[in-house]
Design a protein around this ligand. Structure first.
Ligand code: NAD
Length: 478
């Protein structure tokens, strides 16, 4: 958690404050309002692992916020700052996020207090498997009950260990692989999951820029092309978002903030080169072609068009909110803006695309992976060649008409190859993600522009999400 000023609410309190602000504009019975807000249960586990000749004790959590739909879903985070408050805040956000993007899950989250850099791969495997064992035996990892995914400090490797651990403990469960998402492709994963959250950030921005009225609200104009972007955290989410925005949309990444400082270059940074440097040297320090700023967090305050906090929560708080110059903030991380900072930024006219929408690409593609695991077949496997054959018929017919009638038609260069190729899994995943991000944005903006008492996207997002969760509780007779 961030070290904001003393009167800064905790992350969970921040989420509750934002929830309360939205719910005050809704007409829910007080009992239901409370039922949706509270976290159903948080399980704390302490377990020992024998490492380097002695037992080390670890503390982990799995929190279930709402079971209005099951399974519940949410990542597992490995970090030293993990605590119950944080896990509960993140679980609540998952409930609202899933509702907003219409992924049929309740909200959950898990975390393990650990610094993964202190252990080698074999030790990490022992620790992860042991943590998974503790959760699996209580159905806190289960294809139809609770399905984790990667989060900060975890990735495909950890998900593969968790999946394998579940399979060892449930040898006859034919749906075992659906117990966790974010797995490597060869262990039941889906194409496009690693990039999904960053890709979702890109699709969210593309959709935002399709609405000139919204762009104007952020005191911006035009398209993403040439926009100056600062990114905090060049991990899974930040890296992919920055890469796609710079390579595909013409945005200029002018600042990258990491643990060991920040890089700044008004002409734009080469995201791939910075990432390679980090992988090789363990940080950004020493990267050529940029100014190095020791106090990285200061770069959050640099002038830019779009700020993408993609590292951790609470980084924009009461101490720096009034100094933020970005016109548009897209919360790729969960909870990067505290409730107090949110008030300040709103009154300054900064537009914030909220976390529950902005980083929903991960859970959306996780949903596709879960469906893939339950259906035991790769997306596109049945249709692809049939689609190609039908397209071939059209091309053949056009070519026949052209030559029979002597019309001399020729197809545009590259058209035939593009048109004839049936969609593979990656293309289908991206299409499903793009569609999800567009529709969810439209549902938020309808409330944002459609109601006089809603002046920001976060409140709009909460209203859409809470309304859906409430409907689902009501349908259950609650
Ligand atoms: P990650 O571990 O891959 O990357 C985090 C990055 O932030 C790392 O590069 C790290 O060095 C950097 N970082 C850490 N502390 C920092 C600091 N104080 N200042 C600057 N940089 C710092 O994690 P991730 O999966 O990319 O997750 C980042 C955020 O996105 C988290 O809030 C997470 O909850 C959220 N998120 C992730 C996913 C996902 O699919 N991975 C999905 C939804 C939301």
């Amino acid at each position: 958690m961030s070290e904001g000023p003393r009167n800064e609410p905790t992350f969970r309190e921040s989420v509750d404050l934002m929830y309360n602000r939205a719910v005050a504009l809704m007409d829910l019975p007080p009992g239901l309002e409370e039922k949706i807000r509270v976290c159903n249960a948080t399980y704390t586990v302490r377990f020992g692992v024998r490492l380097r000749g002695q037992i080390q004790t670890f503390t982990g959590y799995r929190s279930v916020h709402s079971e209005h739909m099951e399974p519940v879903k949410g990542g597992i985070r490995f970090a030293t700052a993990v605590n119950q408050d944080e896990v509960e805040a993140l679980a609540a956000l998952m409930t609202y996020k899933c509702a907003l993007v219409e992924a049929p899950f309740g909200g959950s989250k898990g975390g393990l207090c650990i610094d993964p850099t202190q252990y080698d791969e074999h030790e990490m495997e022992q620790i992860t498997r042991r943590f998974a064992y503790e959760l699996i035996k209580r159905d806190l990892i289960h294809p139809s009950q609770n399905v984790p995914a990667p989060d900060m400090g975890t990735g495909e490797r950890e998900m593969a260990w968790i999946s394998d651990q579940y399979q060892r403990m449930n040898t006859t469960d034919i749906n075992a692989r659906a117990c966790v998402t974010g797995k490597p492709l060869n262990a039941g994963g889906i194409s496009g999951r690693v990039e999904a959250t960053g890709r979702g950030v890109q699709y969210a921005l593309q959709e935002f820029f399709r609405h000139p009225e919204d762009v104007a609200a952020a005191h911006l104009d035009g398209s993403l092309d040439g926009k100056r972007v600062i990114v905090q955290g060049l991990g899974n989410v930040g890296y992919h978002a920055a890469l796609f925005l710079s390579e595909e949309d013409g945005a200029k990444i002018t600042g990258i903030i990491e643990r060991d400082g920040a890089l700044f270059n008004p002409d734009g940074l080469n995201v791939g080169a910075v990432r390679d440097w980090i992988v090789k040297h363990g940080g950004i320090t020493g990267f050529p072609d940029a100014n190095h700023v020791e106090d990285g967090a200061k770069v959050l305050e640099q002038d830019c068009d779009i700020l993408i906090p993609a590292a951790l929560e609470g980084v924009i708080n009461l101490s720096n909110a009034h100094k933020i110059k970005a016109r548009l903030i897209i919360e790729a991380a969960n909870g990067p803006v505290t409730a107090g900072a949110d008030d300040i930024l709103r009154s300054k006219g900064t537009v914030i695309i909220p976390d529950m929408y902005a980083n929903a690409g991960g859970v959306t593609v996780s949903y596709f992976e879960w469906v893939k695991n339950l259906s035991h077949i790769r997306f596109g496997r049945m249709q692809r060649r049939q689609e190609e054959a039908r397209h071939q018929l059209v091309v053949d017919e056009l070519e026949r008409l052209s030559s029979d009638k002597g019309l001399g038609w020729t197809l545009s260069p590259g058209f035939k190859e593009k048109y004839l190729r049936g969609a593979d899994e990656l293309e289908l995943v991206r299409s499903g993600l793009d569609d999800t991000m567009r529709i969810a944005y439209q549902s938020m903006r309808q409330v944002w522009h459609g109601r006089d008492d809603v002046t920001d996207l976060r409140t709009a997002a909460y209203i859409v999400a809470i309304d859906r969760v409430a409907k689902s509780y009501r349908a259950k007779g609650l």
